[in-house]
Design a binder for this molecule. Structure first.
Ligand code: HEC
Ligand code: HEC
Length: 262
């Protein structure tokens, strides 16, 4: 371990040799809060901002189509969430949250699947399927520019603690926590990228590396794999809790879905 620490020392001056994080481990300094957008090239920023250039809008458009479509047995999402009764603008900025029926933490993808099951008598969509990405990108895009803000709810506390713990726990062969890269070393270069603060405000996002749109949990899997740790399943309780911690940590940052990211 010692040698590996030395090898990474030029990057993680602060990561090695410190005590295992205890209860006093420090969260991101809120005065420095900044979106991953700030680390994009000027050109990629312009692409993200332009609905015609941003490839993520292909999924948003497809999602809008799915949202409005109905068939003989199934009411459309729009029939319940159209202009009048339950409009979804701003909703994504408040997720993840507790689902009242199950009492469990759910993110936007999970919530959409609950509506399919409960209100459309349809099968849930598979995580990372094109249809679920499209619908969640569409619904999240209705919150573009809205600041992330989780509504206070004491039932969230155990999930928040679990997500925070995941964020601060060292893992993988590199023995690094999310915290080491995204709290302590943001702004520094790593393998051709600049490490950001690791916020989820752009997801689902179009990643240039994927050449596709992908969910936040897929991004978590890439970061876990990056330190050679076993990634958790999409929609696992660990990743849902982590998503909650990140949302709380990013509160006030505007939703950018669909963002473009390296
Ligand atoms: C028959 C009416 C109906 C249909 C169809 C329906 N929903 Fe819903 N939806 C609801 C109701 C009612 C709620 C409030 C929670 C509940 O009772 O389940 C809700 C809640 C939601 C929420 C969370 C809103 C919030 O404020 O937290 C989202 C997001 C959502 N639906 C998306 C969708 C999508 C996407 C579809 C299509 C795949 C869809 N819904 C289809 C009735 C419907
Ligand atoms: C070895 C350093 C490292 C570790 C450890 C790490 N990441 Fe990352 N992460 C990166 C790099 C590099 C990127 C791509 C550039 C960027 O946006 O930061 C990234 C991107 C992200 C993004 C996307 C940010 C955006 O704006 O698109 C999120 C979210 C994220 N990481 C979360 C996590 C979480 C959660 C963990 C712990 C499970 C973690 N990361 C662990 C290096 C790391």
């Amino acid at each position: 371990m010692r040698r590996r620490c030395l090898a990474l020392a030029f990057l993680f001056l602060t990561a090695c040799g410190d005590a295992e994080p205890g209860p006093d481990r420090a969260d991101l300094d809120r005065d420095t809060l900044v979106s991953g957008y700030a680390f994009l090239t000027r050109e990629t920023q312009r692409e993200q901002d332009d609905e015609f250039l941003n490839p993520g809008f292909l999924w948003v458009d497809r999602g809008a189509g799915l949202f409005n479509s109905a068939d003989a047995v199934r009411a459309s999402c729009a029939s319940c969430h159209g202009a009048g009764d339950r409009p979804l603008a701003g909703v994504a900025a408040r997720y993840p949250r507790i689902d009242e029926e199950t009492g469990k933490l759910t993110n936007l993808e999970g919530r959409i699947n609950f509506c399919r099951i409960r209100h459309q008598a349809a099968e849930p969509l598979a995580p990372e399927s094109e249809d679920l990405l499209a619908l969640s990108a569409y619904v999240a895009s209705l919150s573009r520019g809205v600041p992330i803000g989780i509504e206070p709810d004491e039932r969230l506390a155990p999930y928040y603690a679990k997500g925070r713990d995941y964020f601060f726990t060292r893992r993988g062969q590199l023995n690094l926590a999310c915290h080491h890269c995204h709290d302590r070393n943001w702004g520094r270069a790593l393998r051709g990228d600049t490490i950001s603060q690791g916020h989820g405000n752009g997801f689902p996002a179009y990643r240039l590396e994927w050449q596709s749109l992908g969910s936040l949990h897929r991004r978590f899997r890439d970061c876990d794999t990056g330190v050679r740790a076993a990634p958790r399943p999409l929609q696992s309780e660990d990743y849902l809790a982590l998503e909650l911690y990140l949302a709380q940590r990013a509160s006030g940052l505007a939703v950018e879905t669909p963002a473009i990211r390296p």
